[in-house]
Design a binder for this molecule. Sequence first.
Ligand code: FAD
Length: 446
Amino acid sequence: MSTALETLRRDFGGDIIEPGGARYASAGRTVLVPGSPAFVLRPKNVADVRAGVRFASATGQLLSVRGGGHSFPGFGTNDGGVVIDLGHLAHVEVIDDVRHLVRTGGGATWGQVADALAPHGLAISSGDTRGVGVGGLTLSGGIGWKVRKYGLTLDSMVAAEVVTAAGEVVRASAAEHPDLFWALRGGGGNFGIVTAFEFAAHPTTDVFHGRITFPAAEAAGVLQGWAEYVRTAPDALTSTADFANPFAGGPEAPVQIHVAFDGDDPRAAARAVDPIRRLGTVTGDDIALKPCADTLVDAVAAPPGVRLLTRSGFVTEEAVPGALRVLAEAGAAQGSPFIAVRSVGAAVSRVADDATAYAHRRAELMIVTTTAGPEPVVEAARPALEALWHRLAPHVGGAYANFLASATDDDVAAVYPAAVRERLAAVKRRYDPGNLFSSNHNIRPR
Ligand SMILES: Cc1cc2nc3c(=O)[nH]c(=O)nc-3n(C[C@H](O)[C@H](O)[C@H](O)COP(=O)(O)OP(=O)(O)OC[C@H]3O[C@@H](n4cnc5c(N)ncnc54)[C@H](O)[C@@H]3O)c2cc1C
């Protein structure tokens, strides 16, 4: 260890943060999960990342890689191991104005990307939150306000610069290391540290964005009507339904349909959004034209001791009515988790199943439930949550890695069906045979 540490101190030009230092309290934890790593390394360049990887590998310590630090299981920290925090690698640059190619550092956040691209009239289909990292969100999917028009975030990724477990730097794209390029688009952080991403961004105008609310009592009808409508709605319209929000009245909370219409033509927007307004008794409607970057919000860090239990599953067309019936009933009961349903399909499902390692392209909807609170509250809510997912089981399949608070073997199997897992394991054997990158929904090399 002491030799490896001496080598690290010699080769590493970034910050080395250890317990006891002034910065340790904030550097040790992620946004959602506390941690007590032995070392937090903040590389300033690719050479530092390589030195950090060599250090973790030489000492055999558990390695966690942190992008934006928003993962629900807290993959970006650990107890007693090494964290490589990519926060300094946050540059965002338009590298080709004609083809709208954008290069970001592996530790950039979506807020930084949105701010940097706004003056160029560009955007990348990403998520809904500024602080979420480009790394974690992209490597497992990326479902946000432009998903139905431009697909997942990983569908816009054209190349990545990766530091492998051996400390080598490789470029992955359709033409270079195509096996790695395939695996990075859905396989999470299993294959190395992405020090830079390249994306094909999309021109954007201001967009119509906001929410339409309906009384809780109308949940069942509004949800069914919404799901039926989004099946034939224009791709420019991406929407999400949520209800049973414990922070806004639990079962009495309004049903909210959050809407993003990708365009600034008010008549086209009204044509796309009005069918949603007609789904029930509108009690609120704040849809307005705004800069695309303003559709991303700031997340609040979890207060100390608060845990988030997040779980997800996908619904294909024929299962939609049954799944929504179960959810509407569950949402009306005391103790329901917060329920969100996101529309996907459209551009996501127009990409071939085997083109990337993301395995849920046939889904129309994604269900996400969240239970939050101090540990005892979350544990008390667990039986109702299990019962809900048991009832949903005949109607849902798979899971979205980015909305899962746990990483059991069952979770990994839900994220990656067997054939995808086998193909990922072959890539893992090539780029990380010793499973150095294991703090994720882990693909074991064997
Ligand atoms: C408030 C909130 C809102 C969210 N909204 C959305 C949303 O709208 N759409 C959506 O799809 N998801 C959303 N998510 C989920 C989000 O995509 C995941 O939590 C994601 O893993 C976060 O990425 P991160 O880089 O911030 O997290 P981290 O915890 O830093 O990383 C997550 C995983 O990715 C790996 N990783 C990160 N960066 C790199 C890199 N450069 N190279 C290699 N591995 C890397 C890490 O090792 C870890 O395994 C949201 C999450 C939160 C908490």
